[in-house]
Design a protein around this ligand. Structure first.
Ligand code: SF4
Ligand code: SF4
Length: 82
């Protein structure tokens, strides 16, 4: 009953709004309709619980504005500050 493929932990989507130009590529490529453009034209995760962690959004974003974390760990949530 310990199936790691099930949706046991919601993934975290970190979207750097300042970098997001609202092209909608991530929204288009997400196979689970997790992402959406908000009223300001920025990407946001509206169905995080449906994310399968394929990372297409990360890979396709031309501005590297979106980052998906497998789960929230005690490791500082993977935020990279430059
Ligand atoms: S990792 Fe995949 S399923 Fe999750 S938000 Fe990105 S494109 Fe959608
Ligand atoms: S692909 Fe990147 S820049 Fe385009 S809407 Fe998504 S997060 Fe924003």
């Amino acid at each position: 009953m310990n199936n790691s493929e099930t949706k046991t932990a919601a993934r975290a989507h970190h979207i750097e709004r300042a970098w997001c130009k609202g092209c909608g590529i991530c929204v288009h490529f997400c196979p689970k309709q997790v992402l959406k453009l908000d009223e300001q034209g920025k990407a946001c995760a509206v169905r995080s619980e449906d994310c399968i962690g394929c990372r297409l959004c990360e890979l396709r974003c031309p501005d590297l504005a979106i980052e998906v974390s497998d789960r929230q760990t005690a490791d500082g949530q993977g935020n990279d500050h430059e």
